[in-house]
Design a protein around this ligand. Structure first.
Ligand code: SAM
Length: 240
């Protein structure tokens, strides 16, 4: 599948997220289930006690907070994001000590200095934004310990005309108008709508994960209006 088009010719994704960083947390509070569903995906990672975890595309830290809420005994979380503005908000939210924040590209976390092995990798609303998804998955696999687990928390509508229509209606009618009103930024909401439409269907993304070498790949639904629009995709690196 072709990667999504960039936000707009004159902008980039990091810049787009920098521009909405201030309003992002307030906007997500208006989304019923945003934080609850992140906790569901964190729980579906099934981390062992004392785990070391990587949160790719951690943004303002809501997914990192979900990991800390679900696993109060985890050892450490590394949160990586390409947007300095989102990371600044994450730094304000998250407890010092248990969390390290890294500015970098999720396609190749090692290039930003992130060192494995990790017991788990969470990527919430991230993989859809990465142009070279296969390279990203290969690099994630390499950062996991044998048996280590992944959870991708992501929108996918390509397999269902009904879900696609619902997604576009909610995006046009609710998400884009609220997002524009709260952030003053227009193009990122159109990018969001389009990138979800263009992302892999559920079957294609599961197949992509298996091709990358993950085993035990499964899709789990969420609930509410986004029940079959927002999914958790889980898998693990084979044990050696
Ligand atoms: C919608 S936010 C999600 C943040 C967080 N995971 C959450 O659940 O609230 C998506 C984040 O992905 C980041 N992002 C997009 N492409 C990226 C890339 N290639 N590398 C690192 N971060 C990226 C953006 O900067 C943004 O902060």
């Amino acid at each position: 599948m072709a990667a999504s088009q960039p936000l707009a010719a004159e902008t980039d994704l990091e810049g787009g997220f920098d521009r909405i960083a201030k309003g992002y947390d307030f906007l997500t509070q208006m989304n019923p289930g945003y934080r609850k569903h992140l906790r569901w995906s964190a729980r579906r990672l099934c981390l062992p006690p004392g785990a070391r975890v990587l949160d790719l595309c951690c943004g303002s830290g809501l997914s990192t907070q979900a990991l800390l809420d679900v696993y109060p005994d985890l050892d450490h979380v590394v949160g990586l994001d390409a947007s300095a503005g989102m990371l600044a908000r994450a730094a304000r939210r998250l407890p010092k000590g248990k969390v390290t924040l890294v500015h970098g590209d999720a396609t190749d976390p090692a290039a930003a200095g992130v060192e494995g092995p990790f017991d788990g990798v969470m990527m919430a609303y991230g993989i859809r934004n990465v142009p070279d998804r296969d390279a990203c998955l290969e690099n994630i696999l390499a950062l996991l310990r044998p048996g280590g687990r992944v959870a991708f928390h992501e929108y996918s509508v390509a397999d269902s005309v009904v879900q696609k229509a619902l997604w576009n209606a909610v995006c046009f009618g609710v998400i884009a108008p609220s997002g524009i009103a709260l952030t003053g930024v227009v193009d990122i909401w159109e990018y969001l709508r389009r990138s979800v439409n263009e992302f892999d269907g559920v079957k294609a993304f599961c197949a992509r994960l298996e091709r990358a070498g993950f085993v035990g790949v499964e899709e789990r639904p969420t609930d509410g209006w986004q029940a079959h629009i927002l999914h958790t995709f889980i898998g693990r690196r084979p044990a050696e």
